[in-house]
Design a protein around this ligand. Structure first.
Ligand SMILES: [Zn+2]
Length: 127
């Protein structure tokens, strides 16, 4: 379903947006907090430069806002509507979710941001 060549693959795995052959991140695990935002300079397979311009990834903060809202709404729906907690507990669940999922939200928003500007290129895979 989610195969190489789709934007969703690159967004969910953090793979190079052009060739999908390797991770953009120096450490694949987002919960190693010292490495959460460390992105390689270029892709070792297709030599794509990830930072198109200086401070390129600052723009991902806009995406991060939307992704954060999505996680918060999901936490609220699960705790308040499905489990049936009161509003205070639902609020605590939202805050907890945003803290625990923080590294995932940061990486997801960076992946979405870079995938807005770069597209999969089949011809790069053969090299
Ligand atoms: Zn690549």
């Amino acid at each position: 379903m989610i195969t190489k060549g789709t934007k969703l693959y690159s967004i969910l795995t953090g793979a190079c947006p052009k060739c999908h052959q390797e991770s953009m991140y120096e450490n694949k695990n987002p919960y190693v907090l010292s490495d959460v935002l460390k992105i390689k300079e270029t892709c070792s397979k297709c030599h794509t430069k990830y930072r198109i311009e200086p401070s390129f990834f600052y723009g991902s903060m806009y995406v991060s806002y939307a992704v954060g809202i999505a996680f918060a709404v999901a936490a609220f729906v699960i705790s308040y509507l499905f489990i049936g907690t009161d509003l205070l507990t639902a609020f605590i669940a939202i805050v907890g979710t945003l803290i625990v999922c923080g590294p995932i939200i940061m990486r997801l928003s960076r992946n979405i941001w870079i995938n807005i500007f770069m597209h999969y290129d089949k011809t790069l895979v053969k090299k």
